[in-house]
Design a protein. Structure first.
Length: 306
């Protein structure tokens, strides 16, 4: 993990509730707090419906948070007014890579216009020549070539489309990128290529990532620290190696033991741990540091064990 500095993102008591009807409220994100430091990759994992994607969308203000704070470089962006100049400027510094490379690209636009959309909106290029040069530079950065600029999304494979999505996110030179399950829609053979590309770009540009996923093996490969999310709450947070070698929460262990091993001999005797969700939450439990850098959702009494 990079040296600890002031966090670039600080989430405090974030809540994102959706009122489906008068008596039906979905607590998609329920009072979570964490920090992300410059230059690191912060993994956020959990099953479908755990609230991880909603967390990412609330941080980047695709949703207006119900309550709580999201500090980005010391500014509480959760309180920025919609359509304000401050929110407009913030969007340049934080970008998102979406899960579905088929749905996130406008099929009616050429690749060069998709990538240059942010450049145009923020006035980052002076003329068409500079615009084209920047697009070509971005295409080459994601291992595509200049001939791809004049094509349409349907002419590309899933992996190539996700590279276009990455190039679009990089166009405005952000400091922080939220990658919302960026490889889950891709073939397994392509997933590692995209993750390696993201790691390479991170090193070259000094980027900070929040990597949202349900595939624990790939999160381990790219993340410095990992937060495990269940039913709107973070139940465990630790450095990657610590989380994998010493998982404390039953839900974390259930996710880890659900990952198959490539060795058939080991897999034959492999046992998955079941997670009992009935007693998952109680008023006396909260996320607390039980070991240096290792946080667990538990009661004070449970914390004494560690």
């Amino acid at each position: 993990m990079p040296e600890a500095k002031d966090p670039i993102v600080k989430v405090k008591n974030l809540k994102q509730y959706f009122h489906l009807s008068k008596n039906n409220v979905v607590k998609a994100v329920d009072d979570i707090s964490f920090e992300i430091y410059p230059g690191e990759t912060f993994g956020l994992v959990g099953e479908s419906g755990s609230g991880k994607s909603t967390t990412g969308r609330s941080i980047i203000r695709l949703y207006d948070p119900t309550s709580g704070e999201v500090d980005f470089k010391g500014q509480n962006i959760a309180k920025l007014k919609n359509h304000s100049k401050e929110l407009f400027n913030f969007r340049k510094e934080m970008q998102m890579i979406f899960q579905d490379p088929y749905a996130s690209l406008d099929p009616r636009m050429k690749v060069k216009d998709i990538i240059a959309e942010g450049l145009d909106v923020h006035g980052l290029v002076k003329n068409d020549k500079e615009r084209d040069e920047k697009v070509i530079e971005l295409l080459e950065m994601v291992n595509l070539n200049k001939d791809h600029a004049s094509r349409y999304p349907y002419e590309f494979s899933g992996g190539q489309r996700q590279r276009i999505g990455i190039a679009r996110a990089l166009a405005v030179e952000p400091d922080f990128i939220i990658a919302d399950e960026p490889i889950s829609a891709l073939d397994v053979s392509i997933q590692a290529q995209v993750v390696n590309l993201m790691k390479d770009i991170q090193q070259k540009r000094g980027l900070t990532y929040m990597f949202i996923a349900h595939d624990l093996s790939m999160v381990k490969y790219i993340s410095d620290r990992i937060a495990v999310m269940y039913s709107g709450k973070i139940v465990e947070l630790a450095e990657t190696e610590e989380l994998y070698t010493n998982p404390l929460h039953s839900y974390t262990r259930s996710l880890l033991t659900a990952v198959p091993t490539p060795d058939p001999e080991i897999e034959r005797t492999h046992k998955s741990e079941k997670f009992d969700s009935k007693n998952a939450f109680s008023d006396d439990r909260y996320l607390q540091e039980v070991k240096p850098g290792h946080y667990l959702y538990c009661s004070d009494e449970e914390a004494k064990k560690y």
